[in-house]
Design a protein. Structure first.
Length: 123
């Protein structure tokens, strides 16, 4: 089935509608790490198990950051990151659709000018 030819404005509306469902969105990586603690004679650290904690890693303004994420916030942060990846994919889809719409609009404009030139009586 052929897809309807979209205008650039229709693509913009489609993008805004799709993107609104992906709020909040962010980029980065959430990692579970195991670190030793500062307590002497800690049973978990002595056994080699260490202490699990989640950390969000990313970059902003060219600088790397890391933020501790408490366990109870992990699902919300993970959802934000999943939305960020979905938004990134949406942007790839949008640039393809928008470019096709612009090219179609240009073709229509060229054909209209050509058609009008052919209709003018020659002098």
């Amino acid at each position: 089935m052929r897809r309807k030819i979209e205008s650039p404005t229709e693509v913009q509306r489609w993008f805004r509608k799709q993107a609104a469902e992906l709020d909040p969105a962010g980029l980065g990586s959430l990692t579970l790490r195991h670190n030793p603690c500062v307590r002497e004679h800690c049973a978990a650290c002595l056994s080699g198990e260490k202490h699990p904690s989640h950390v969000l890693y990313g970059r902003t303004q060219g600088r790397r950051f890391c933020i501790y994420v408490p366990d109870e916030l992990v699902p919300e942060v993970r959802r934000c990151l999943d939305n960020g990846l979905a938004l990134q994919e949406l942007m790839y889809q949008t640039v393809i659709r928008f470019t096709k719409a612009l090219k179609h609009k240009r073709t229509q404009r060229v054909q209209k000018v050509s058609h009008e030139q052919n209709r003018q009586p020659s002098s």
